[in-house]
Design a protein around this ligand. Structure first.
Ligand code: DQA
Length: 137
């Protein structure tokens, strides 16, 4: 099984970025433990702060991977291009958010990607990525 994790802008700063909201663990640390726990799964990770690069990665992985876990970060609330990319590919996408986007500012309640995804996980911390992975398994 091949799973892609795609993270959007500012998620490279996890660990130091607003730890009260996003926690103190770096994504690299979390990813290491996830890979150690699911040794039978090929987990490929991509992060970019650039919207078009996220579109490119969705297109690259979207016809050959079994599942994609996408945290589009702030682009969730702005990007028609990401929504269109998810609709255009074959691989199912689970939307993941570390924080509960429904319980924060008003502008975070809108997602341009939710309706194109097979499901969404929000507010369960980094555990949300593992739960998304378990869905594909
Ligand atoms: C986020 C929530 C978004 O609203 C925010 O812009 C992020 C991270 C989350 O994982 O909780 O950057 O996607």
């Amino acid at each position: 099984m091949k799973i892609a994790i795609i993270n959007g802008p500012n998620l490279n700063l996890l660990g130091t970025r607003e730890p009260g909201i996003y926690g103190r663990q770096t994504f690299e640390d979390f990813l290491k433990s996830l890979k150690e726990k699911y040794t039978d799964v090929q987990i490929d990770y991509f992060q970019s702060n650039v919207e078009g690069e996220l579109v490119n990665e969705l297109q690259r992985t979207g016809f050959s991977y079994d599942g994609i876990l996408l945290n589009a970060a702030a682009y969730t609330h702005t990007s028609i291009a990401l929504g269109d990319a998810i609709a255009a590919i074959k691989t199912p996408v689970v939307e993941v958010h570390i924080s509960n986007i429904s319980a924060r500012e008003e502008f975070r309640k809108n997602s341009y990607i939710s309706a194109k995804c097979i499901g969404s996980i929000s507010g369960l911390g980094l555990k949300g990525y593992e739960l998304g992975l378990l869905y594909f398994l």
